[in-house]
Design a protein around this ligand. Structure first.
Ligand code: NAD
Length: 247
């Protein structure tokens, strides 16, 4: 479904992002995965190459909150491959701090990665997508945009911002044939969830009508669809992949 497409995936080293990288490769894309550090990005690339030595994969580790850093890396990729068809903004950090223990720095650290980092990558990539006649941008939102979250308020705040940015940019970039969508995972079996307190997770699973938590591969299928030509006329959507989670 993605034969010969050039795809950048931020936060591709583990969890949902890593499943997206693997699914994109299986569907024929050339993938550049971004990690937060050289060590983790290289390790993730090596693990993929161990399973498939011919995988069209490379790693990079620009600083997402720093526009100069990400823009330099996106330029390098465009010069090397001649185009960038797909940008997946998946890197994200969560939080479970009580609002009474918050400070301004904690709040802005989360917004820096989840919103500014994502916006920086979009800003860097859109001139190339416009020049080449289109592209697909997919942001990672969250089920918390259905009903908020009881702790760690910067996290739902950041994901509501992701939805706002997705829906708005789909309108603005549509005339340039750049589609902008988001995938909103429900509770998914990754390190991010393993690190959250049990008392936060267990009651949530009971609220999932499909009665299980999602696996990263449940999510990657949605990313492949939105990245592909099958979703040619789909833009400005937030696709919830959450087992019909209810409150
Ligand atoms: P994870 O913690 O397993 O992976 C997060 C990824 O983001 C990693 O690859 C990490 O390297 C990257 N990252 C984190 N901070 C970074 C930084 N400063 N710079 C560069 N990269 C950084 O988490 P996951 O569960 O796979 O989450 C992926 C996305 O899905 C996130 O945006 C998250 O908010 C969203 N999400 C996850 C769940 C869930 O239940 N797991 C639910 C809703 C939304």
């Amino acid at each position: 479904m993605l034969k010969d497409k050039i795809a950048v995936v931020t936060g591709g080293t583990r969890g949902i992002g890593n499943a997206v990288v693997r699914s994109f490769l299986e569907n024929g894309a050339q993938v550049i995965l971004f990690g937060s550090r050289e060590e983790t990005a290289t390790k993730a690339v090596d693990a993929i190459k161990k399973d498939n030595p011919d995988a069209k994969i490379e790693g990079a580790w620009p600083k997402l909150a720093d526009f100069e850093s990400i823009s330099k890396e996106i330029k390098r990729i465009e010069e090397k491959y001649g185009r960038i068809d797909i940008l997946v903004n998946n890197a994200g950090v969560t939080d479970s701090t009580s609002v009474y223990e918050y400070d301004a720095k904690k709040f802005s650290d989360i917004i820096d990665i989840n919103v500014k980092g994502l916006f920086n990558a979009i800003l860097a990539v859109i001139p190339y997508m416009k020049k080449q006649g289109g592209g697909s941008i997919i942001n990672t939102s969250s089920m918390v945009t259905k009903f908020g979250q009881t702790l760690g308020v910067a996290y739902p705040t950041s994901k509501f911002a992701v939805n706002g940015l997705t829906v708005s940019l789909a309108r603005e970039l549509g005339p340039d044939k750049i589609r902008v969508n988001a995938v909103a995972p429900g509770i998914t079996n990754t390190d991010m969830v393993k690190n959250l307190p049990k008392e936060m997770i267990d009651p949530l699973i009971n609220m999932i009508p499909l009665r299980r938590i999602g696996e990263p591969e449940d999510l990657s299928k949605a990313f492949v669809f939105l990245a592909s030509d099958q979703a040619d006329f789909v833009s400005g959507e937030v696709l919830y992949v959450d087992g019909a989670m209810i409150v």
